[in-house]
Design a protein around this ligand. Structure first.
Ligand SMILES: Cc1cc2nc3c(=O)[nH]c(=O)nc-3n(C[C@H](O)[C@H](O)[C@H](O)COP(=O)(O)OP(=O)(O)OC[C@H]3O[C@@H](n4cnc5c(N)ncnc54)[C@H](O)[C@@H]3O)c2cc1C
Length: 318
């Protein structure tokens, strides 16, 4: 009989883990509480405008991730976002989704058994492994479990679960920065210099991007990311006011009279700023294999999520 695994989270780490297990003849089900796949590799639409409002781009350091990236570039799902000579913010090539970052996750999701709108609220041990209960009242069973939710969400889930839980301290040492993102629909092009993305220093804003120049939006649109200090201080404030304030700080790049409308999204967990040094953590508390993975483990960011998902799955294969 095939071995089976439940994967919590259809972000890059969960999707990568799923492929690795399926390749090795495992039965896999991926559960995600979101409406779609991709997690923080998120692309939103408003009318014709398109915005990457989570991850903006990624770079590649390891050979394995480089070959994954080459593969999706060949399939035209991703492309290099070319650096501009003399622009200090672009010292090396970055890679983006051709139609937005989420399109990379959508490609990986093809052919997988994924259930969205399924928030796992309890994990229990069974004779042959584990089962999970979702908010919708559904049960799923498998021999093993990989959890790729951000560490604070994993802790909350484990606290509500009927399993021994001895990994709390390790998971508590993983921290994420919050980020408030503003998605702006525009009547005219921004003044953000080519190639359409820049870090800002000395202001409340860490990053601005022109999604039209980036090539992911057919009409003019921009994304603004507030820095972690501002995001934390204003996290619970009125979204409309936050958007207004942040826009008023970049009128040189996004003139006020070019703004048609805007939406604000709060990311409680954006970049994993303090991570567990290894690329995954195998729990010693349970009889069934329980593995924690995601960008909070290893090198972080998109590349770290990929490596973490892959190595978590490989650990199960041994
Ligand atoms: C604003 C922002 C900017 C960023 N910029 C960059 C960048 O430019 N470059 C870069 O490399 N990285 C960037 N990142 C980080 C990057 O997006 C992440 O490192 C990476 O996408 C993490 O992937 P993951 O699979 O580990 O986690 P996620 O993508 O968060 O996936 C975890 C999934 O678990 C699901 N989940 C959680 N709890 C449950 C539950 N109980 N039941 C079911 N499902 C659950 C969530 O819905 C989510 O889909 C950015 C992130 C944000 C938010």
């Amino acid at each position: 009989m095939k071995k089976s695994c439940i994967i919590i989270g259809a972000g890059l780490s969960g999707l990568t883990a799923a492929h690795e297990l399926i390749k090795n003849n495992w039965e896999v089900i991926v559960l995600d509480k979101g409406r779609g796949v991709g997690g923080r590799m998120a692309t939103r639409r408003a009318g014709e405008a398109r915005f990457d409002h989570g991850a903006q781009y990624f770079s590649t350091k390891t050979t394995d991730f480089q070959s994954f990236t080459q593969n999706i570039i060949q399939k035209n799902i991703a492309k290099e976002w070319h650096l501009q000579e003399g622009d200090k913010t672009f010292s090396h090539a970055r890679v983006v989704g051709t139609n937005g970052m989420n399109s990379i996750a959508k490609l990986l999701a093809e052919g997988l058994n994924i259930k969205t709108n399924e928030k796992v609220i309890r994990i229990s041990e069974t004779q042959n492994g584990c089962n999970v209960l979702t908010e919708a009242g559904n049960f799923y069973e498998a021999n093993a479990l990989i959890c790729t939710a951000p560490a604070p969400q994993t802790i909350e889930l484990l606290q509500k679960s009927e399993i021994a839980f001895e990994d709390s301290e390790t998971l508590q040492s993983i921290h994420y920065q919050p980020c408030i993102a503003v998605m702006v629909s525009l009547k005219a092009q921004t003044n953000i210099p080519s190639p359409g993305g820049m870090s800002l220093e000395g202001s409340n804003i860490s990053w601005v991007a022109d999604n039209f120049q980036k090539g992911i939006s057919p009409v003019f649109s921009a994304t603004i990311h507030a820095n972690p200090v501002f995001s934390l201080a204003h996290f619970e404030n009125d979204l409309n006011q936050i958007g207004h304030q942040l826009l008023s700080e970049v009128t040189d790049l996004i003139p006020a009279d070019s703004v048609e409308s805007y939406q604000v999204h709060r990311w409680r967990y954006s970049l994993a700023s303090e991570r567990y040094p290894e690329s995954f953590l195998a729990s010693n508390s349970t009889k069934f294999p329980l593995i924690f993975a995601g960008d909070g483990f290893g090198i972080g960011n998109i590349e770290g999520a990929y490596i973490s998902g892959k190595s978590a799955a490989q650990h199960l294969l041994v």
